[in-house]
Design a protein around this ligand. Structure first.
Ligand SMILES: NC(=O)c1ccc[n+]([C@@H]2O[C@H](COP(=O)([O-])OP(=O)(O)OC[C@H]3O[C@@H](n4cnc5c(N)ncnc54)[C@H](OP(=O)(O)O)[C@@H]3O)[C@@H](O)[C@H]2O)c1
Length: 259
């Protein structure tokens, strides 16, 4: 039986490329995304075309029982989940406090923080029982600092970072590895950044800095995910940050946001 890698949030950027990487290494990959059936089918076909083992599921993780049902179904009908990747963001662009409705703030928390709690609740005890497993959590600069216009995003991502540390404190000793991976920059991700900026602005960004590796390239981000999931436990990474060579680290970077 193949090892299973479950990816929650699999678009054409990080999620899809992490899926491709694990499939290339012999995993059976389960790709989940919310709404784009064609995009999901494209990813599945690409992985199958490469000889990989893959299946796709459409689900909205904020729906009641979506995550819990998915984990149970895979464990019961497909096999044990060895690696799970939580790859859901909650970026809504820069908004003043009073342009951030309560519902928007709450949804950001549900997407990026509560969904991780639910995923961990569903899968980590099973992994602990088996005595092994890995949870990789994609994160962002906002998990380290608040900023103008980032009320919802930074609060949700900061909470998620603390959750990762708490999960590690409980589960590392049971041979379950949790890693919080900070993506400190813009990713060449058409389904997320691309949709937020709009096609034209995203293509311009790709032309201007993408070719110079100023955009973080998800196929290379995926190498790090695979490496972390296969570290010897005497040297586990619990948190790391990645950024492009031409970008400034978040702690050096003065951001001035104009509303
Ligand atoms: N892109 C960036 O510039 C950037 C920068 C820093 C950090 N990050 C982090 O990177 C991660 C995302 O990776 P990515 O940007 O490369 O995107 P990606 O892997 O290309 O796509 C992520 C996918 O998540 C799915 N998703 C969103 N909400 C969902 C929900 N409620 N239920 C199920 N699926 C849902 C979307 O599916 P649908 O398209 O079907 O709706 C989307 O395609 C996030 O953790 C984010 O914080 C990204």
């Amino acid at each position: 039986m193949k090892s299973i890698c479950l990816i929650i949030g699999a678009g054409a950027g990080i999620g899809g490329h992490v899926g491709k990487r694990f499939a290339r290494e012999g995993y059976h990959v389960v790709l989940c995304r919310r709404s784009d059936a064609d995009g999901l089918e494209t990813l599945v076909k690409e992985i199958e075309g490469d000889g990989g083992s893959v299946e796709g599921r459409l689900l909205n993780i904020v729906d009641e029982n979506a995550i819990e049902g998915l984990v149970l179904d895979i464990e019961k009908n497909t096999g044990p989940i060895e690696v799970v990747v939580h790859n859901i963001g909650a970026q809504i662009g820069n908004r003043r406090l009073t342009d951030t409705p309560l519902k928007t703030f709450e949804l950001g928390w549900r997407l990026s923080c509560f969904s991780l709690f639910r995923l961990a609740y569903a899968v980590l005890p099973i992994m602990a029982e088996r005595g092994k497993g890995t949870l990789l959590v994609t994160s962002s600069t906002a998990s380290r600092r608040g900023n103008a216009g980032q009320h919802s995003h930074a609060a949700a991502m900061g909470g998620r970072r603390m959750l990762c540390q708490s999960l590690n404190a409980e589960f590392a000793s049971q041979n379950v590895h949790v890693a919080h991976i900070i993506i400190d920059g813009a990713v060449d991700a058409p389904d997320t950044l691309g949709k937020m900026l709009g096609t034209e602005a995203f293509e311009r960004l790709r032309q201007e800095i993408g070719r110079e590796d100023g955009l973080m390239l998800p196929e290379h981000i995926a190498d790090t995910y695979f490496h972390i999931a296969h570290q010897h436990r005497s040297v586990w990474t619990h948190e790391l940050d990645l950024r492009s060579f031409s970008d400034e680290a978040w702690w050096n970077h003065a951001v001035s946001v104009k509303f």
